[in-house]
Design a protein around this ligand. Sequence first.
Ligand code: NDP
Length: 325
Amino acid sequence: MKAIIIEKQDDQQTTTLREVGDELLSAGDTLIEVEYSGLNYKDALAICHKPGVIRKWPMIPGIDLAGTVKSSDDSSFKPGDKVLLNGYGVGEVHTGGLAQQANVKSEWLVRLPKGIDAEQAMAIGTAGYTAMLCVLALEEQGITPETGEVLVTGAAGGVGSVAIAILAKLGYSITAVSGRQELKDYLQRLGAKTIVSRSDFEGKVKPLDKARFAGVVDVAGSTVLANAIAQTEYGGVVTACGLAAGMDLPTSVAPFILRGVKLIGIDSVMAPMSKRVEAWQRLARDLDLSLLKEMTHVIGMGDVKETAQHLLAGQLRGRTVVDVN
Ligand code: NDP
């Protein structure tokens, strides 16, 4: 089978695309014929040998995969079943989706929701499923289209693009923060009402700023998140899922103790199965598939290394699907 392999020797890592035997696959109870994988931020970090993602070598990267069950020790899965997988350490400590086969634990698998095929599932990928986890968290905390405006940071990226499309379909009014004003038309087509420059969120953080947003979906962290928190209305809800701007959070307790702002952390990797199934059912219902197509481009395995560099350089928009065959 064809696979992307990341190897490490004497602290030097290499990424190659080549034919390998299935003995390279991690142990699992279910063998999947992979049809599509994707390129997420984390995959790009791994493929470009940035620290913190891969913790076992040699490794097949790819935190997402979608395909068909070939065989399973779990009687609830039959050969031919269409499945997807996000996270659980796949592509980090367990061989991942950027290969024509994957051997995984059946308890990690989600059945493809009705109306979504393998390519669309990977167009959504971890980024889109995380966007939906953010939307679910806003809803659980009582944020509705009537409550007020929602801010989405990193708007032209994978999480941001899907979050805007979902929130727009649900009727929310959205302000998008982007470092790329040239993508204004794209962001408006997805459903953003207002586009603001990322530089407005990168400056000095006031403990409290003008209250403008009822909800926030943040992929950036650092001063972008701190400024978003400072601009959140009384009782508003901020969901934090990423660190595109940095790991730090230079804020104060003021928004929390004076405005009752809630900060909700979002993790997709170890999210419980019930939450995953809920998120995927809601994606099938609440994401406009024609917008998904517009935000997605499909590449082959030979393009993965170069595309990963472009992703980390912030040059891609929306989502990247990898056709592994
Ligand atoms: P992408 O690379 O597709 O998008 C990130 C976007 O962030 C970019 O397109 C850009 O948008 C913006 N951005 C880039 N650099 C900066 C910067 N220095 N400051 C502020 N914004 C910046 O990545 P994803 O959307 O897939 O992932 C976004 C983040 O979410 C990543 O940090 C990722 O690790 C995290 N994540 C976390 C998950 C979890 O389980 N918690 C799951 C999935 C992702 P623009 O050009 O519009 O400004």
